[in-house]
Design a protein around this ligand. Structure first.
Ligand SMILES: Cc1ncc(COP(=O)(O)O)c(C=O)c1O
Length: 385
């Protein structure tokens, strides 16, 4: 284990390279991958134990996401965010992507417009198309204080009557935790213009010290127009195991989840359900350690950028382990990212994947060891010089 800094341990790079997941299989062995949102920390012990026990029992059949998942998530949401909901209002889905696409299919008719706010997690663009709907882009606003929802632009867009808005709460890649006032204004617009809100809250457990998460369904009036999709997969690094949860809080939206195809329940990962229940019931001490570790890495990254890459600018994220770096000083489009990869052998996510507003940007994943962050920023600095 890497003892270079406090916080959760990370295996040395040669051990990390043995992982078979996407982050570690996409680039040649000399590239440091700070790309796809997987973390380099070891699994939380209660989750590893639950999975090991399942393997010991040869318990690898179909998932049966019963009331346990709803109870586990509702307990976590109540303790963490003072959000009380009926465990029976939880519907398991394969992953957040499948949940959002299937919800859009029920909430819209073919060809309807669905709004999103770039720069945003790239699959949002694909999900709208996959659901047979039309993309309506309402970019975030950005000023010297950072990125936020552009409520005036959202009002103008909602006045054209899109069927739905896919909210990213907190927002990947900019790391913004939307405030209660912003969410209240969004819900007010959604009610006036009859736009359904599908809130992707996968990063909610990853709100870092200094910020507070507001679940959209806790906003007065939201229950009739909004549905939330959550998962343990980002915060506990379980993306390959395939389990997410849709939450509703009013009969109208419960009817929407009731309209999801019945067969989707057979497409959920059994290990996904087992690990999600373990995460939500017994994973909080580890999560607290993780958040302190990510807070340190965020601080460290800020120091390294200031010292080594002063031409890059950023607004440190309030949530997630992702840094949205303005690299425009090194060129437009994805030029800086290409330079970091070709000459520095450091892979970041290309800003343009997050929409046109991502020109000149790159996204860096800092859920790794101090040593890897140190090496990566040193290589980026050399390649930029
Ligand atoms: C905002 C957001 N939504 C969804 C996902 C993917 O979730 P899933 O693998 O459950 O589809 C990610 C992954 O990074 C994400 O950042």
């Amino acid at each position: 284990m890497d003892g270079a800094g406090p916080g959760l341990p990370v295996d040395p790079i040669e051990v990390l390279r043995q992982r078979r997941s996407a982050k570690w299989q996409t680039y040649p062995a000399d590239v440091l991958p700070l790309t796809v949102a997987e973390m380099d920390f070891a699994l939380a012990a209660p989750i590893a134990d639950a999975l090991r026990a399942a393997v010991e029992r040869s318990d690898a059949g179909y998932a049966k996401a019963g009331p346990e998942l709803g109870r586990a998530l509702a307990g976590f949401a109540a303790r963490r965010w003072n959000w009380d909901f009926d465990p029976a209002a939880v519907t398991a889905v394969t992953d957040v992507g499948v949940g959002v696409v299937e919800l859009l299919r029920v909430l819209t008719r073919p060809g309807d417009a669905v709004a999103i706010s770039p720069p945003v997690y790239p699959p949002f663009f694909d999900w709208v198309a996959e659901a047979g709907t039309r993309l309506l882009e309402v970019p975030l606003a950005c000023d010297e204080t950072g990125w936020r929802l552009d409520l005036a632009a959202l009002e103008a867009a909602f006045a054209t009557h899109p069927a739905a808005y896919v909210l990213c709460n907190p927002h990947n890649p900019v790391g913004r935790v939307h405030s209660p006032d912003e969410l209240a204004a969004l819900v007010r617009l959604a009610r006036i213009y009859r736009v359904a809100i599908v809130s992707d809250e996968i990063h909610a457990p990853l709100v870092l010290p200094g910020a507070t998460f507001t679940p959209v369904l806790t906003v007065p009036g939201a229950a009739e127009v909004a549905v939330s999709v959550l998962s343990a997969s980002k915060a506990w690094n379980l993306a390959g195991l395939k389990c997410a949860a849709v939450v509703t809080a009013a009969p109208r939206m419960a009817a929407v989840t009731g309209g999801l195809p019945a067969d989707t329940r057979w497409r959920i990962g059994h290990f996904g359900v087992i690990s999600a229940v373990a995460a939500f019931t017994a994973g909080e001490p580890w999560l607290d350690q993780l958040l302190l570790t990510l807070d340190q890495r965020r601080q460290m990254l800020g120091d390294l950028l200031r010292q080594r890459l002063p031409m890059l600018t950023w607004h440190p994220p309030e949530a997630t382990f992702l840094a949205w770096l303005n690299c425009a000083a090194l060129g437009a489009d994805d030029r800086a990212r290409e330079r970091f990869l070709e000459h520095g052998r450091v892979a970041l996510e290309p800003g343009l994947h997050f929409g046109a507003a991502g020109s000149g940007y790159a996204r860096l994943n800092f859920a790794t060891s101090p040593d890897i962050l140190d090496q990566a920023t040193a290589r980026m600095a050399r390649s930029a010089g």
